[in-house]
Design a binder for this molecule. Sequence first.
Ligand code: FE2
Ligand code: FE2
Length: 138
Amino acid sequence: MKTIEWQNEYTVGVKELDDQHRNLLKTINTLLEEQRDKYEAAKFSPALSSIIHYAYTHFATEERYLLQVHFPNLKQHVLEHIDFIMKTVGLALRIESSSGDELRIELLRYLKEWYSYHVLGTDRHYIPFLASKKISKP
Ligand SMILES: [Fe+2]
Ligand SMILES: [Fe+2]
């Protein structure tokens, strides 16, 4: 599976959030490269738990910004974050107790799709709200 390269146009206009989105992408790309290089199961797990851990941190930061600007679709946005955690944790648990590649590939596909759909899609809906209000680091 091909990696996704960060483009300047992916910015949401807040450096802290951009840095986190870039780091999330870096971790997804690490997993994709490991898979391409016929990774070993032992290498896969740390990157997987680090992406789940990092996603938690990112979601908390992003939600604090959205609260600060009274983003109207906050509830729906938070539900997408929760859905990501549920899916990745669920898949990670199943991967731990499986030996084949199938679930790993399913997870990689999900992470790629999620990045395109959520980070490069849903997240962009809050850009005008962050831009129109005076925001400070929450
Ligand atoms: Fe985000
Ligand atoms: Fe988000």
